[in-house]
Design a protein around this ligand. Sequence first.
Ligand code: SAH
Length: 515
Amino acid sequence: MAMGKVYLVGAGPGDPKLITLRGLEALKRSDCVVYDRLAGPQLLNRARPSAEFIYVGKLPDRHTMKQEEINRLLVDLALQGKTVVRLKGGDPTVFGRVGEEAELLRKNGVPYEIVPGITSAIAVPAYAGIPVTHRDLASSFSVITGHESPDKLDRSIQWDKVTNATGTLVFLMGVSKIGYIAEQLVKYGRPPETPVALVRWGTRAEQRTLTGTLSDIEEKVKAAGFEPPAVIVVGEVVRQRETLAWIEKKPLFGTRVLVTRARSQASELTDKIDDFGGEPYEFPVIETRMPESDAAVQAVKDAIGAAETYDWVLLTSVNGVEYFYRWLDLCGIDIRRFHRARFAAVGPKTAEALAARGLRADVLPEKFLAEGLLETLAGEMKAGQRALLPRGDLARETLPRELEKRGVEAVEIDVYETVQADSQDPFLLEMLETGEIHAVTFTSSSTVTNLLQALRRLGAENPAALLDGVDIACIGPITARTAEENGLKVTAVAESSTIDGLVDVLCKLRQQRGD
Ligand code: SAH
């Protein structure tokens, strides 16, 4: 059997965008991903769905798998011919035991690559507004493990030297030893008023920062019940946070938002959540595809084949535009055969999608809802005209009915159909149960019903109850009604029925709450 290969990949500190391109490429081509707790769940979704996922994480109270066993596992998987990614939090060489893993691979003749990552030692303080060095405040920094027992800490750490290093001290794995660490630093000469910050789950929605001084930090940690994992930063640079803190000021900071729309359509929404400081969590419950039944295919072909007969082409979504063009391509039809038709695009995104294909919409109704559309179109369309409506199979009936009432012949075609996506996610249920998902976005009625079904498929007995206490944000009143009918408590409805409107309403909601 051909020999596999192992990539020892740094996943970065948590924010899934903080992995390197090289790491992401390795992940995408791997057959098997070996991961632990510090590698964020969303990154695993970047691997192929058919990949095998093996959790080898350590839990605080017990070791799920010994380091030697992990080393052996990597070798065995590679010997089976697999391309393996060993995903590690932060950088694999910073307290990541990558040396031991690489050593056994080398001994067994298994090829490997080390793909560096962004270490939490630097990134986590940065997300709290603390630069580890500063021209005037710190000309060096040390990264120190705080994990060991105090005796061992004494043996492995030369406190006198560490304390008197010129710069910032960064401790990883030190939360439970904070009292001891602070005591040693003061004992060897750091002033008790030296500022200290603990940053927990930095770069993730759970990011929390606690600041104090060497003299009071232990007390503060106890009082706050502050738990690991956290990065501890000691030194004058900590004060920078007062002016440089940034992500915490964004409106969706601390909010993990479930995005349910089809992966192909999700990027606009996820990018926006990200821009506003939230953490998008993609779980696509629907996907779109070309219709498959012979009858459906024939109907579209016939309708498009009569290109010259239309006075209007009405496009109501970006998907509608994309699939309409796919059909033109499939049927070998040049868009110029629609020379008699005027084009109407509902909403700016639909108009942009058309413009990207060299077509400027003649009419651009502002509102998405059929009512607004009709107002705008009413003045333009005349009785006896013929309109083509390329749309999805779940489109509402109102529009064609209203057009018919005005004497316009509406030819509807289902250029795409919406089907349930078979998304797998080993973390989602637990995250919902433990309150780690703070909001859910619904962009259509089908995302509502399909999410509930998907949760049931994942094993939830009462999916609606699982969403209790989670903010439910809907793109418009129809989606909201579907959500309510399915037993969900809708907390926000977008005013403009657009993605921008959806994110805006979510920001408002979080701000009102003072989250
Ligand atoms: N190789 C990792 C460090 C592994 S040691 C790296 O380069 O980041 C594990 C410790 O890293 C944790 O105990 C904690 O101190 C720190 N850590 C990792 N990710 C963190 C995060 N997102 N927020 C806070 N601390 C983190």
